[in-house]
Design a binder for this molecule. Structure first.
Ligand code: GAL
Length: 333
């Protein structure tokens, strides 16, 4: 009788230790970035790691420096090192579907971070209302300048956000184009989110047309290049320019009157939401934020799309510089 009782106690002890170990086991997150050409990605990286660690996760992080194959190889290394979940900023929205397939062969879920991975069985998409980002830009500039010649410099087509932004811009501009109030005199996608590309495209636009009233640049890096080209033609400050990301240089240009506005996508909010979702997915717990779904060419992907906001000269201090954004939008308790 006594040895039996001992056996039972011993068994219970083992079970409770195993249970404790399972509970204590930290979630391993693989965070795959594209590049650091925009200053925001440093913030994304740092805030994501900090938040995930605060939530009890361990983060493996790597940047592919715009190399599609490198990103795939980095994903494989993370999976081989025991990643429980991958969070991916795809170098290329189409090619990254191979990362999703690979992760699934390890039974590991994938979250698409900021940029949507296309045509695959993606598990989750955490981003912003990217069509709205384009609408905010076009709406702001066209209210300031409802009649005139417009230039559109869009991001690279390899980033799905470029298409969303263009969609949003055209939704606002099309009725004004049809009315004959706005004429698009130059319209191009770029190869990379680069200042140099913004500069070169603006140079070409200035060659094509000698009267330009507004330039819709899809992000601040492109805007920075476009402003340099405008400066060389002594036009900086007299042509409206949009941007995205609220980068430091953009804030300076807005203060100086060279850039009209930028769209701020709160990094804290996306980093927090992605870390939280990654940990929940890895633990097979339900994701509690308000959900949406988005079509990625193969399926309706569960998504959390956060709001972004216009930053102009009048509200810089209240938005980007001050904190409290998360609480204001009920993203944290
Ligand atoms: C896009 C993103 C932008 C910008 C850009 C440059 O995917 O939507 O906010 O950061 O990448 O990296």
């Amino acid at each position: 009788m006594v040895p039996r009782l001992f056996k039972l106690i011993f068994l219970l002890l083992i079970i409770s230790i195993l249970f404790q170990n399972c509970q204590d086991k930290k979630v391993k997150i693989g965070f795959l970035l594209d590049d650091f050409s925009s200053e925001r990605w440093y913030k994304d990286r740092d805030l994501f790691i900090r938040t995930a660690e605060e939530m009890g996760g361990i983060v493996m992080v790597d940047s592919a420096l715009r190399d599609i194959k490198k990103q795939y190889d980095q994903a494989k290394i993370m999976l081989d090192n025991g990643a429980d979940v991958l969070v991916v900023v795809p170098v290329n929205s189409e090619h990254a579907s191979t990362i999703v397939k690979l992760a699934h062969s390890y039974d590991v879920p994938v979250i698409s971070y900021d940029r949507l991975i296309q045509n695959c069985d993606l598990d989750y998409y955490i981003s912003f209302e990217n069509v709205e980002v384009g609408e905010l830009m076009a709406d702001y500039l066209s209210k300031r300048n409802p009649v005139g010649n417009y230039v559109i410099i869009s991001g690279p087509p390899s980033d799905n956000n470029s298409k969303f932004i263009k969609l949003g811009q055209m939704g606002v501009l099309q009725p004004l184009i049809e009315k004959g109030d706005i004429k698009v005199v130059y319209d191009s996608f770029v190869n990379e989110w680069d200042t140099e590309e913004g500069y070169n495209h603006m140079k070409s636009a200035l060659k094509n047309s000698n009267s330009i009233n507004a330039v819709l640049c899809a992000n601040d890096a492109l805007a920075q290049g476009a402003i340099r080209a405008l400066e060389e033609s002594s036009l900086a400050g007299s042509v409206l320019v949009s941007g995205q990301d609220a980068e430091l240089e953009a804030i300076r240009n807005i203060m100086a009157g060279y850039q009209t506005m930028t769209v701020y996508k709160p990094i804290e909010a996306i980093a927090y939401t992605a870390a939280n979702t990654a940990i929940k997915l890895a633990k097979h717990e339900p994701v509690t934020h308000e959900n949406e779904t988005i079509w990625n060419g193969q399926k309706m992907v569960p998504a959390i799309l956060l709001p972004s906001m216009v930053v102009n000269r009048d509200n810089i201090d209240m938005t980007v510089i001050s904190d409290g954004y998360l609480k204001e939008h009920n993203l944290v308790q």
